[in-house]
Design a protein around this ligand. Structure first.
Ligand code: SF4
Length: 377
């Protein structure tokens, strides 16, 4: 089973923190949808006939697609790809797009999971982030999605924002819980250089949340969601049992996926392909029958490090046996024995042959993973 990711690179307005690929100029949206359909046709061989178990419309803002555009893309997938009997079909959406009519159309098209970019239920926070929606729109669209029969709902919440006091986060989480999503993704703010926040930070105009405060907020998130029946199945992702994102989980399980659209990437176990991060160049290239991508051959060290980095973030953990079997890499033989060192510092636990992060370890997951990395020979 494999996954298909489709990148829809348009947004109504630029959120001040966002580093994803998108444009607020939608004048070539119809051309771009045609190019996506063309790329779907040209890449049909990529997964070597493996059925698609998950489809994921990400962005950008896929909820900006018209019903006809979405159906045209889904039809193209249906024509060229084999799809499993019970696929998970997710669409990322912003609350201001999710009217009752839109939700009915999405459900009618076969979308069975929505990932809604709420970020906060506080209007001051939303304005500060330059989000295009209000708190009440977020609340109402979630209720409307339930009524439209799309009960597999995920919402995104942010923490670690400048001037976001802990009580605002607590209120956001409490409101989220009353709306009964099956899945909540909770991300801390990362200030990226090329964003408005990045510029403000360089000019000293942005008060960055310090690490102890962000760590304290992360503890609040984990406590609140776990005590309300959510499983933290990945550091930033919490689900009610049975509602873990199949699509994202497949990335962490090293399954193959095909990425379509500008900036999308694809993975087949040995290579990673990166499409051009420019809407105009993407459309131009597809118009001449070419897919504009760069390809990276994954080295053994790349594969080992990707496995360590992603698996450690999940509640399945990093298996010493998988590392040995698939890559002949022995974590117990590393110089300085970081496994023992981290276990003694209560950052990891070892269950059978699996390394799992403790609460303290989750606060520094990326740094810990790097201590296990293989180097290029
Ligand atoms: S809507 Fe999403 S993709 Fe678009 S700018 Fe905001 S965060 Fe980025």
């Amino acid at each position: 089973m494999a996954g298909l990711y489709l990148h829809i690179p348009f947004c109504k307005q630029a959120c001040y923190y966002c580093d994803f690929h998108f444009s607020v100029n939608t004048s070539i949206k119809a051309d771009l949808v045609r190019a996506i359909i063309k790329e779907l046709e040209m890449q049909a061989h990529y997964l070597a006939g493996e059925p698609l178990d998950t489809l994921y419309f990400g962005g950008g803002t896929p909820s900006l697609l018209t019903d006809d555009e979405l159906n045209a893309i889904l039809n193209a997938i249906g024509k060229r790809y084999s799809v499993s009997a019970d696929p998970e079909i997710t669409l990322e959406a912003n609350p201001d797009d999710l009217t009752r009519e839109k939700l009915a159309a999405l459900a009618g098209a076969g979308i069975n999971r929505l990932s809604i970019g709420v970020q906060s239920f506080d209007n001051h926070v939303l304005k500060f982030l330059n989000r295009a929606h209000t708190a009440i729109e977020a609340e109402q669209c979630i209720e409307a999605a339930h009524q439209a029969g799309i009960s597999n709902l995920s919402i995104d919440i942010m923490f670690g924002l400048p001037n976001q006091h802990e009580f605002i986060l607590q209120k956001d989480l409490a409101k989220a819980l009353t709306l009964q999503p099956a899945h909540i993704s909770v991300y801390s703010l990362t200030v990226e250089e090329k964003t408005v926040f990045g510029k403000w930070a360089q000019q000293g105009k942005l008060k960055i949340t310090d690490e102890p405060e962000a760590a304290q907020q992360f503890e609040v998130v984990m406590d609140t969601l776990e005590s309300n029946g959510f499983i933290q199945y990945e550091i930033s992702n919490y689900a009610k049992p049975g509602f873990e994102s199949r699509h994202n989980s497949s990335y962490w399980q090293r399954k193959k996926y095909l990425g379509i659209g500008p900036s999308a990437h694809s993975y087949n176990g040995n290579t990673r392909q990166f499409n051009v991060r420019n809407n105009y160049h993407y459309v131009q290239a597809l118009n001449t029958g070419k897919i504009p991508y760069e390809i990276e051959q994954l080295t053994l060290a790349n594969k080992i490090n990707e496995y360590i980095f992603t698996s450690l973030r999940t509640n399945i953990g990093c298996s010493l046996a998988v590392l040995k079997r698939d890559y002949d890499y022995d974590l117990t033989a590393l110089p300085g024995n970081p496994l023992l060192k981290m276990a003694n510092q209560n950052l990891i636990t070892l269950k059978a042959d699996t390394v799992l992060l403790t609460r303290a370890g989750k606060l520094v997951a990326d740094q810990l993973a790097m201590e296990f990395f293989a180097s290029e020979k």
